[in-house]
Design a binder for this molecule. Structure first.
Ligand SMILES: [Zn+2]
Length: 307
């Protein structure tokens, strides 16, 4: 190959690599597995009347079948992109709606803004509004199932470096994580879950056991802002500098957080759906018995990753 041709080939190869990296870099919250596992946990806590209402709205599909739908439509409906996260700065402990949740770009006068905490409440309202056509309530259900997962992904509650997408890391000695170059957000979306090596159903069963052992039903309530602030707290603890090594010690600590967040995401999703779609005369299994012992707090992490 002549030098000029070789340069062209090298440049085209570099462009192709870049395009591939941009196309495959995950930056949309829990990957498919995390969303499916959250929904599988929720399904275990739905009342019969809630399940029947879901089956009617989704024409026989289950919430675990549609848990990633909101990611699938994101490129064709880019205005929905900011609904998946909330940008609390790393330096701030609390959510501030004016600072962290932008007004709706298409409709600045709308009372609903463009971030995940607002959109959960917005779609709760639409799902419960029986005057809306069934297809619009079904769409609200699909967004809600997805966003209850997203808000429990800690890196979706921190604004710095695009939620850690801009932080290059190496994961157990490799800078390549599947099809993408490892970054902190992607590690939280997928690599930590994949490292578990469990099928979605086995992972669900493990989480159901952890919920019982830790009395996490006690924490099935709360508001989207409260959930986002806990996620943010986890993200600040788990934050790593550019070039950080994600090692076994980091994984061991943060896997506990991932488990707690997936389990709580599922429990809270079930509670929201039972409240909106369930019959009031069926007891909600996400609510603990009145005499249950008090809950252990969710795990705290203090491990700082090595640089
Ligand atoms: Zn998402």
């Amino acid at each position: 190959m002549k030098p000029s041709k070789m340069r062209l080939f090298a440049r085209n190869a570099a462009v192709a690599t870049l395009m591939f990296a941009l196309a495959t870099e995950p930056c949309w919250a829990w990957g498919r597995d995390g969303h499916r596992i959250t929904a599988l946990v929720a399904e275990s806590y739905l009342t019969p009347s809630t399940k029947a209402a879901i089956a009617e709205l989704l024409h026989g599909q289950r919430i675990s079948d549609i848990a990633s739908w909101a990611d699938d439509i994101r490129s064709s409906q880019p205005e929905t992109g900011p609904w998946h996260y909330i940008d609390i700065p790393r330096s701030e402990p609390k959510f501030d709606r004016n600072r962290d949740c932008p007004v709706n770009a298409k409709d600045p006068k709308s009372p609903w803004r463009d971030c995940v905490t607002d959109r959960i409440l917005y779609f709760e309202g639409r799902l419960g509004d029986e005057s809306l056509p069934a297809d619009q309530r079904a769409e609200a259900l699909k967004f809600l199932v997805h966003f209850l997962g997203d808000i429990h992904q800690p890196l979706h509650a921190i604004g710095d470096d695009r939620g850690g997408n801009g932080i290059r890391v190496s994961f157990l000695g490799s800078t390549q994580c599947g099809n993408y170059r490892c970054n902190l957000h992607g590690v939280w979306d997928e690599s930590i879950l994949e490292h578990r090596g469990l099928s979605d159903e086995k992972y669900r069963d493990l989480l159901l056991k952890e919920i019982k052992e830790n009395n996490w039903e006690q924490m099935s309530g709360g508001s989207p802002v409260a959930w986002a602030e806990v996620s943010h707290h986890y993200a600040v603890n788990a934050y790593a500098p550019n070039g950080a090594l994600i090692d076994h010690a980091y994984l061991e600590e943060e896997t506990k957080v991932v488990d707690a967040e997936l389990a709580l995401g599922g429990l809270r999703l079930a509670r929201v759906l039972n409240r909106i779609l369930g019959s009031p005369d069926q007891a909600d299994p996400t609510r603990p018995a009145a005499n249950a012992p008090s809950a252990n707090p969710a795990p705290e992490t203090t491990t700082a990753p090595k640089q």
